[in-house]
Write a protein that binds this ligand. Structure first.
Ligand code: HEC
Length: 124
């Protein structure tokens, strides 16, 4: 299958840093799913907000990597952080209602943002 993703050049240390963040993103999705399955809604909300959401951007060095990203990639990254913050709100609400549908839909929206960026860009 042809690789149609746009190649994006990052300086080597930022590439390493970004890929380590990515591995943490995946580990976080796993931890969120585990928390949801246990009905630990507040834990799921905190994991998402602190490790994927808008609150995580500074810790992830977003301002350092942003200048190397094409604008479309920056927008996709920001959209993922926003979706993770929306999930955190949905999970907190589910803590009161016990209804899993809204947080599951919000989590699918987060995952869709991961997949969209992966389909469009690769690092060099
Ligand atoms: C703004 C774009 C963008 C978003 C959003 C994004 N990623 Fe990535 N991710 C990348 C790029 C680019 C690579 C490198 C792919 C390549 O070079 O083949 C990558 C690589 C990865 C890797 C491989 C890490 C390694 O060590 O090679 C994992 C795992 C990953 N992403 C998980 C995620 C998860 C989970 C999410 C969503 C919560 C996510 N990513 C969101 C752009 C993104």
């Amino acid at each position: 299958m042809a690789d149609t993703r746009a190649a994006v050049q990052f300086p080597a240390p930022l590439r390493e840093h970004t890929l380590a963040n990515m591995r943490d993103h995946l580990a976080t999705l796993q931890a969120i799913q585990d928390a949801l399955a246990r009905g630990a809604f507040e834990q799921a909300a905190q994991l998402s907000e602190q490790r994927l959401g808008l609150s995580s951007m500074e810790a992830h060095g977003a301002h350092e990597v942003a200048p190397y990203m094409p604008s479309g990639m920056q927008e996709m990254g920001y959209a993922m952080h926003q979706a993770a913050s929306r999930f955190a709100i949905a999970a907190t609400t589910a803590g009161a209602t016990g209804d899993l549908k809204a947080p599951l839909a919000a989590l699918a929206d987060v995952t869709a943002r991961c997949a969209a960026c992966h389909a469009a860009y690769r690092l060099e």
